[in-house]
Design a protein around this ligand. Structure first.
Ligand SMILES: Nc1ncnc2c1ncn2[C@@H]1O[C@H](COP(=O)(O)OP(=O)(O)OP(=O)(O)O)[C@@H](O)[C@H]1O
Length: 356
């Protein structure tokens, strides 16, 4: 468990206006805990305070270790046993890859990984003798992740580590990060919903300099009392079970709760449970199944809530057995169909994208 109760204030030098941030949470340290929130919400400040790179007032306790308290002087960053990966890799430009990594090995008292193991796993063995200035952004970030792990951390902290990387690097690194999280707890900042849902069952929602909520991402995305709702209303990620794959038609047949769902995919899925994102605007709502159309997916659902937005559009919350979906329709359609909480409808899904 990571317990924190800290305050940080910044004074804007130009305007003299102060900005107060206050973070209080008990964070479960199993797997990945994703820190999610709008730009400027305070995510990086929270991590920097935890690491000890930013001074703050209050208490921080990691497992049985007091990192900072009112009574006790703050433990310096290097004594906290934290591996850190930032958005930019921050490698030493005058050293080659092997030498950069060796510095981390020299600092660690024990070694859960070797340079060779990580280089092999992250696919940069042939780059060990290269200067870091010759590497691409994705290659540098793989080295930076290996470097953080070679310090033998008890906690890994990652601040948007994949945000500037190409899709190929993300596909290599995401499963690796998930695998690492089974051994080392990870705090992970991201703006990407895909990364959030792929990596974690546990998220901290940071809003306006505070921790607004914590818990299971799907639950938080459905909570209309949270600031996240503006974002969530654009679409939700659902978990589905893969039943089969038809290479002729490039279609996955999957199950959403007990209903069939067809998903276009060029290659067969590698896992039995996948997550798909369904944008609210790609859902067509009808009182009866639409026959003889190109729509492949027709799901029976119940309206369990609705919000009318400032543009006079309606976001319906549609409930299946255990999961929910948002559908964005016009107020005219809402009135025409005489929808209300409790209405039984058919949700026709035009397109969806696979998250993992
Ligand atoms: N050194 C600083 N001096 C003054 N204000 C700061 C400083 N660092 C951060 N802030 C302010 O603290 C608030 C939180 O910033 P922070 O970088 O933690 O947000 P964030 O959620 O990480 O944003 P982003 O997702 O854009 O990186 C912002 O209002 C920011 O302007």
């Amino acid at each position: 468990m990571l317990k924190l109760d800290i305050q940080k204030s910044f004074i804007n030098q130009q305007t003299g206006v102060s900005r107060e941030l206050y973070f209080k949470a008990n964070i479960d340290l199993s797997g990945v805990c994703v820190i999610f929130g709008d730009s400027g919400a305070g995510k990086t400040t929270l991590l920097r305070c935890l690491i000890g790179l930013e001074s703050c007032v209050g208490d921080i306790q990691f497992k049985q270790q007091i990192w900072q308290s009112e009574q006790q002087k703050s433990i310096p960053t290097e004594k906290r046993g934290i591996g850190v990966v930032f958005q930019e890799p921050r490698l030493f430009p005058h050293l080659n890859v092997q030498q950069n990594l060796q510095l981390a090995v020299n600092k660690a008292s024990s070694h859960a990984f070797t340079i060779e193991q990580l280089a092999n796993k992250l696919g940069f063995t042939e780059l060990l003798t290269h200067q870091t200035t010759q590497l691409s952004g994705g290659q540098k970030q793989r080295v930076a992740i290996a470097r953080a792990l070679l310090t033998d951390p008890q906690l890994l902290v990652m601040d948007e580590p994949l945000s500037s990387l190409d899709q190929g690097s993300k596909q290599l690194l995401l499963p690796f990060i998930k695998e690492v999280s089974q051994k080392i707890p990870i705090l992970y900042i991201t703006h990407s919903e895909q990364e959030l849902f792929y990596l974690s069952r546990n998220m901290l929602l940071v809003n306006d300099g505070q921790i607004e909520a914590s818990g299971e991402p799907q639950q938080l995305f459905l909570n209309s009392d949270l600031s996240l709702i503006k974002f969530a209303h654009q679409g939700l990620i659902l978990s589905v079970d893969v039943k089969s794959y038809d290479p002729e038609e490039a279609l996955i047949k999957a199950c959403l709760d007990s209903q069939n769902l067809y998903i276009s995919a060029e290659t067969p899925p590698l896992v039995e449970k996948i997550q798909v994102k369904i944008n609210s605007r790609d859902v067509i709502v009808a009182l009866q199944p639409i026959e003889e159309s190109s729509l492949l997916n027709c799901l029976s659902a119940k309206v369990v809530g609705f919000d009318i937005d400032s543009q006079k559009a309606v976001v319906l919350t549609l409930q299946f057995e255990t999961q929910s979906l948002y559908a964005y329709i016009t107020l005219r359609s809402f009135n025409k169909l005489q929808l209300a909480v409790g209405s039984e409808v058919f949700a026709h899904v035009k397109t969806m994208s696979i998250v993992n």
